[in-house]
Design a protein around this ligand. Structure first.
Ligand code: FES
Length: 157
């Protein structure tokens, strides 16, 4: 991870100024799916910016994540149609069950939970997607059943 970040940095940003920080972080996230601590340390050393400062800047932007994405990436739609039909309850049920809030990944790296604006399937509201597959007319109960099913399948492997 460290070496890969070094190469990425040297190839694309050999003379990086501070205003290149966000594009650099975006590239790192594209490469690893999140911003690994080691990568932030490389950027810190190369740009002469304290790692804590880089974390501070990155935290300001919703697009950055600091943990890898779990095996199952759950998106809860919070668009208007889904909201009106109860997506909030679905989200709360998932957060409670997985013991994380949106934007986080479970400790076992199995689930990542995110909220998104309309995902273009309003006719299915409220809808969630798991690894790109849509699940329609969600209720808290149905969402928890899906989690249980995934966990069961995972345990069987
Ligand atoms: S509002 Fe949820 S899919 Fe459009």
């Amino acid at each position: 991870m460290k070496e890969k970040t070094e190469v990425l940095f040297d190839d694309k940003y050999p003379h990086a100024e501070r205003d290149a920080l966000i594009p650099i972080l975006q590239d790192i996230q594209e490469e690893f799916g999140y911003l690994p601590r080691e990568s932030i340390e490389v950027v810190s050393r190369k740009m002469g910016i304290a790692a804590s400062k880089i974390f501070g800047v990155a935290s300001f932007y919703n697009q950055f994540r600091f943990q890898p994405i779990g095996k199952y990436h759950i998106l809860v739609c919070r668009g208007t149609a889904c909201h009106v039909k109860g997506s909030e309850k679905v989200l709360r049920a998932l957060e409670k069950e997985l013991k994380i809030t949106s934007g986080q990944t479970t400790r076992d790296n199995l689930f990542t939970l995110d909220v998104v604006a309309c995902i273009g399937a309003c006719g299915l509201a409220p809808v969630i997607s798991i690894n790109g597959e849509f699940y329609a007319a969600m209720t808290p109960e149905k969402a928890l059943d899906l989690i249980a099913e995934i966990r069961n399948n995972h345990d069987d492997k």
